[in-house]
Design a protein around this ligand. Structure first.
Ligand code: GTP
Length: 598
């Protein structure tokens, strides 16, 4: 295809502002899908994505559009994930585009991820067309939202499109705008040595690793031998194609085009995103700048509830990692939990998504230990270590300083909930940097220790604001502080899975809260159980779970046999998901619930 007739673009938006719905409409209007196929949202194809309405794996689709100027254009839409944890995937896909549609819900206005995502698009030098979606809603205020886009983001919104992705109003204007207001890719020489950007890669059961590539120069053909310049490995190209959205084989891809190649690459790790794909026999002299690899920032231990399931867990974790190069894992043994894995994630949502997939798709019951960030510990002898498991904390007398990561958080919230949000940030050791109003919403910027955010910040924020706040964060820096390891003892035995690193000033309150929660969560036993929190050898909080005195069935007076059986069944049910610590059974929920702060 002549590059002048190609448009490569992304849609950037806050979650729920209608990105997937718009993508489906564009596919439908250009004939890529029948009405029946439309029923299922096609671009979000994983179960969990659909349930939670979030896009995780970036996907692309090629549309053919006969424009008003009489020419037929190839429009390559690159779907980008909308959530902060996947910011890295957003940024890498943007480098394959020349333009972006900025979708803003006309009733909601600009939100935290609108801002984060559009700034990435601006950083990637893309041309941006603002699109106000959901104008069919009675609450839509397109004028106000246009003004807000100009005030908050600082781009011209006078020619923003007004559409409803749901009803289809304005979709033809979007297609025209893509052609007339977004630039074509820079022309490249089809005869030059191949130079292509590896935009994304994922594992396909039938074809092995599939690489999504954007051709800069040269031509990619089936049968040629390509080299990935970052790793140096060469592969025979078994197939070349495009997504329409179903895979369609093509003869070749030329400059400006986006498509896929499959080349019997075994692991996603071997096809590194940002790598340059070139011709093995005639390599380009100038590889593309490349990307930073996505680094995990949140860690936690995953252990099977039933230790006999360890091999199943290993299998599941390995298979998941095949398709997610940003998920890392290594074996871990815990005195209390036995064998498991220490896993690294891009953020909390990533953690939750992986945990859910393991439980649901791979059918293993898991115990998740306290999430931790990476602490930088300077020892008295000057060495610095990265600590991402509180259980590995060195002896405090050998520690000189401990530093923890900080983030800058941007929160958009309706006025009436502002007080609650400020209090939450303050309680989490936050430092306020900015407080501005845009309409009836406030934009608050806080610096926060990531450690205070990884536990249940999202959950708390949502409940305080009834779901109306939006949140996004950026990495800031490392800061030293007075941090200590708090351990939890149940029946005088340390439960390493519950130990955590906290700020000294918060330790007592956290310890007390944790002991109180555990007291409610652990069922009573035939003996008295002390539950304690400690820093080093010093107990800072204590609760006692009193002994069970009577048989649970005693109060059934022996008369009602079915009730008695039900009660016993219920007990058995409860037993299933428990782990034994010394003589004490701790239910699985206790591990997660105990970590939530109120
Ligand atoms: P993520 O995939 O989570 O990033 O969300 P998204 O931005 O792709 O949003 P999605 O397309 O899933 O739409 C979110 C919700 O808004 C869905 O319930 C849609 O049906 C609804 N929606 C999308 N466009 C419109 C519209 O034009 N009008 C109305 N009334 N609802 C819409």
């Amino acid at each position: 295809t002549n590059p002048a007739h190609i448009r490569n673009f992304s849609i950037v938006a806050h979650i729920d502002h209608g990105k997937s719905t718009l993508a489906d409409r564009l596919i439908q209007f250009t004939g890529g899908l029948t009405e029946r196929e439309m029923k299922e949202q096609v671009l979000d194809n994983m179960d969990i994505e659909r349930e939670r309405g979030i896009t995780i794996k970036a996907q692309t689709v090629r549309l053919e559009y006969p424009a008003k100027d009489g020419e037929t254009y190839v429009l390559n839409l690159i779907d980008t994930p909308g959530h902060v944890d996947f910011a890295y995937e957003v940024s890498r896909s943007l480098y394959a585009c020349e333009g972006a549609l900025l979708v803003v819900d006309a009733a909601q206005g600009v939100e935290a991820q609108t801002l984060a995502n559009v700034y990435q698009a601006i950083d990637a030098d893309l041309d941006i067309v603002p699109v106000l979606n959901k104008i069919d809603l009675p609450a839509a205020e397109p004028e106000r939202v246009c003004q807000q886009i100009e005030d908050v983001i600082g781009i011209d919104a006078s020619e923003a499109l007004r559409i409803s992705a749901k009803t289809g109003v304005g979709i033809p204007d979007v297609l025209e705008a893509i052609v007339t207001r977004l630039p074509a890719p820079k022309p490249g020489d089809p005869e030059a040595p191949l130079k292509a950007l590896l935009v994304d890669s994922w594992y396909d059961t039938y074809l092995g690793v599939i690489c999504l590539v954007r051709i800069m120069e040269g031509t990619l053909k089936k049968g040629m031998k390509v080299r990935l310049m970052g790793t140096g490995a060469a592969y025979h190209v078994d197939g070349v194609g495009v997504f329409r959205p179903a895979k369609q084989v093509v003869d070749s891809l030329g400059p400006g085009e986006i498509g896929f190649l499959n080349a019997s690459i075994k692991q996603v790790r071997d096809a590194r995103v940002g790598d340059t794909v070139t011709d093995d026999r005639r390599p380009t002299g100038t590889p593309l700048p490349g990307f930073k690899p996505a680094v995990p920032v949140v860690f936690c231990g995953l252990f099977p509830v039933d230790s006999a399931e360890f091999e199943d867990l290993r299998d599941a974790v390995e298979r998941l990692a095949l398709n997610d190069a940003s998920f890392s894992f290594e074996m871990e043994t815990s005195a209390a939990l036995g064998f498991g894995f220490r896993c690294g994630f891009l953020g909390l949502l990533h953690l939750e998504v992986i945990r859910e997939r393991l439980e649901r798709e791979y059918n293993v019951d898991l115990i998740t230990t306290a999430p931790s960030v990476i602490y930088k510990i300077t020892m008295t002898d000057g060495t610095v270590i990265d600590l991402h498991n509180p259980a590995d904390m060195p002896d405090p007398v050998k520690i000189n300083t401990i530093a923890e990561p900080w983030i800058t958080a941007t929160i958009f919230v309706p006025d009436e909930y502002l007080g609650g949000v400020l209090k939450l940030c303050q309680d989490r050791r936050g430092i306020q940097r900015e407080l501005t109003y845009a309409g009836s919403r406030a934009m608050v910027v806080y610096e926060l220790p990531l450690n205070e955010v990884v536990f249940d910040f999202y959950d708390r924020l949502k409940s305080i604001t009834k779901g109306y706040a939006s949140f996004d964060y950026q990495w800031k820096d490392y800061r030293e502080d007075d941090l200590v390891k708090m351990s939890v003892l149940v029946n005088d035995e340390p439960v390493d899975a519950l130990s955590m690193i906290v700020h000294r000033s918060r330790a007592e309150a956290r310890g007390r809260g944790m002991c109180e929660k555990l007291k409610d969560l652990i069922p009573r036993h035939m003996f008295k159980i002390p539950i304690q929190a400690a820093i080093g050898g010093r107990i800072i909080a204590r609760e006692t779970l009193s002994a069970l005195r009577k048989d649970v069935t005693a109060k059934c007076y022996g008369g009602d046999a079915t009730r008695k059986r039900k009660l016993l069944d219920k007990q058995k049910e409860g037993k299933k998901k428990m782990r034994q610590f010394g003589r004490v059974d701790i239910p699985q929920e206790a591990f997660i619930a105990a970590l939530k702060m109120d």
